[in-house]
Design a binder for this molecule. Structure first.
Ligand SMILES: [Zn+2]
Length: 243
């Protein structure tokens, strides 16, 4: 038996109304859950600190040539980009320097300028009790073919090694594979008894962002998009380590 058209329309509308009501119910629930999750994550992280340590500064230019570009300026640029990105994620970010300056005047110890500069960096790291810290540097080599990011952790530090691995994987994925479309490039993980890895009480790594002596990487380290993406990859790696 065929229904009367009028009946059919009323039944269809009821079905649509029920369906719309059900969808609304689901959407409201999803929104509530998402907001709850986001607030929780944010407040969870807002009292957590990360220290960024752009190497060199002031009279200490690091590697590079004044007439071309100096390491200290690249380190600071990457550090400031990373700081901005980490703040967006809800972290409290402390930098050992935010300007072109060396830090020896902040140290009380009697030692060389270089040693007092490092002591000041250690002191800033330890006094802020960070979840992690990252020292940012740029490499150089007599061989112009040497290239790629290298990440150092303290010998035998399991946490340092794990942080280095997460960062390396993130850089290979987000910078080399996705951004440069280079599948043969790999971030190298190394360990070394550096003062800035040995002395602070907290987990950290030293990241060499590339070779200023490699023509292609020299060009990339001056490129805003590249440095922004490198900062993004470092942030992603830190997030993965902290998860
Ligand atoms: Zn350096």
């Amino acid at each position: 038996m065929a229904r009367k058209p009028r009946d059919y329309i009323i039944k269809l509308n009821r079905k649509l109304l029920l369906l719309a009501g059900f969808l609304l119910f689901i959407m409201v629930n999803v929104l509530i859950l998402r907001n709850y999750g986001a607030t929780k994550t944010f407040s969870h992280r807002s009292n957590r600190t990360i220290v960024l340590d752009p190497g060199h500064g002031g009279i200490d230019g690091g590697t590079g040539k004044r007439e071309d570009i100096l390491e200290k300026d690249i380190n600071l640029d990457i550090g400031l980009r990373l700081k901005k990105q980490l703040i967006v994620e809800g972290f409290n970010v402390i930098m050992t320097r935010e300007k072109d300056m060396s830090l020896e005047d902040l140290s009380q110890i009697k030692a060389s300028r270089y040693r007092r500069d490092l002591d000041a960096r250690r002191s800033i790291i330890d006094s802020n009790q960070p979840l992690v810290y990252v020292s940012i540097h740029v490499n150089s080599s007599k061989s112009s073919s040497a290239r790629g990011v290298k990440i150092y952790h303290f010998p035998g530090s399991e946490d340092g090694k794990e942080l280095a691995e997460k960062l390396a994987h993130s850089i290979d994925t987000h910078l080399y594979h996705q951004f440069l479309k280079e599948d043969s490039l790999r971030t190298e993980i190394l360990y070394e008894d550096f003062y800035i890895l040995r002395e602070p009480k907290y987990t950290g790594v030293l990241l060499e962002a590339g070779f200023i002596t490699n023509p292609e990487e020299n060009r990339l380290l001056k490129d805003e998009g590249y440095k922004e993406r490198l900062a993004y990859a470092i942030k992603k790696g830190i997030l993965e380590y902290l998860d």
